[in-house]
Design a protein around this ligand. Structure first.
Ligand SMILES: [Zn+2]
Length: 147
């Protein structure tokens, strides 16, 4: 399962669909129709997708960090960043929002202690620079070091 990789790729700004319940034929159809790259650990799917002329990345690395580096190298991606993050939950576009426009309940201490908030245009999830983002920044520094 590459769900956590998909979430991270979205945070790095990649338009990334993920559905673990979809079958291979359907997945290849979507990839072809939407001009997407299939990222998989399944060599059978990879061989089938390549046979259908679908861009495919077959992951070999055992660790998540190794897999992210594999992906970056395959697409000649030079620098991970959070500047164009998409919603890690639904792949929606995230826009900056003001405190008084927050439509979803978030803890008051967060509202009071943070200045900047972002909201997903699809699922309305709210983001702020918390420990999760700080951990992502740390991961980005490690990844970019190896690119
Ligand atoms: Zn969302």
């Amino acid at each position: 399962m590459l769900g956590t990789i998909a979430k991270k790729l979205r945070m790095f700004g990649f338009n990334c669909k993920y559905d673990s319940s979809i079958d291979d034929d359907c997945l290849m159809l979507i990839a072809k129709k939407e001009n997407r790259i299939i990222i998989t650990k399944d060599s059978k799917l990879a061989i089938n997708a390549i046979r259908h002329n679908i861009a495919t990345i077959t992951l070999q690395a055992a660790t998540e960090k190794g897999q992210l580096i594999e992906i970056a190298k395959k697409i000649n991606y030079k620098k991970f960043t959070l500047e164009h993050s998409r919603c890690s939950i639904c792949n929606g576009v995230i826009n900056i929002t003001s405190k008084d426009q927050l439509t979803q309940k978030i803890p008051l201490r967060i509202v009071e202690s943070m200045e900047k908030f972002w909201q997903c245009d699809r699922c309305a999830h709210i983001y702020w620079i918390g420990s999760h983002i700080i951990n992502m920044e740390r991961l980005i520094a490690e990844l970019n070091n190896e690119l």
